[in-house]
Design a protein. Sequence first.
Length: 214
Amino acid sequence: MTSIRLVAGLGNPGAAYALHRHNVGFWLLEKIAVRWGQGAFAAGIDSWSLESKFQSRVCKVSIDGPSERHALWLSCPQTFMNRSGTAVSALARFHQISPEEILVVHDELDIAPGEIRLKQGGGHGGHNGVRDIATQLGSPNFWRLRLGIGHPRTLGLTQDVADFVLHRPRAEDQQAIEEAMGRCLAVMPEVISGGYAQAQRALHRPTPTPERKD
């Protein structure tokens, strides 16, 4: 069973983009680093380092799986979304990490805020960051943790997609995304250790439909 050695969260660097929907990959990686940063954050130490050779903010953590401890790299590419593959492939080559040992965390337009999908391989679904990673790795066989942000049409918004992903979620959507990230953290030990089927069962539950009041 192949375990995960590198988790890459996708987003755009800089304070101007930090709260945008497109940056949910960065959000989850920050939470992983805080939870499993080996006490560094509790001590007031920033465990992230900016590695120019990888064009990425990098952090190393250890997560206890069901049977053993797993050390893994966290990467937040600083290349902007469309060139995410440059950073991810550089780190993977240096540490001899195969595509099957990589988990990419990214926003997903095709599922609602609060919903999550975990899958391996497949197409990029129009996501430019995922597209570039597949191109630079020479393989689509990495794992993807897709965090739903919804689509402007299904959310009743008039924005085009490019504008939508580069804005903050509405308050109710932000709450749903935060709850989804909490569920991701709860199953991260299973994901990292290769317990993908168990993690999928926990994550692939539908978002509750609001009760109608007639």
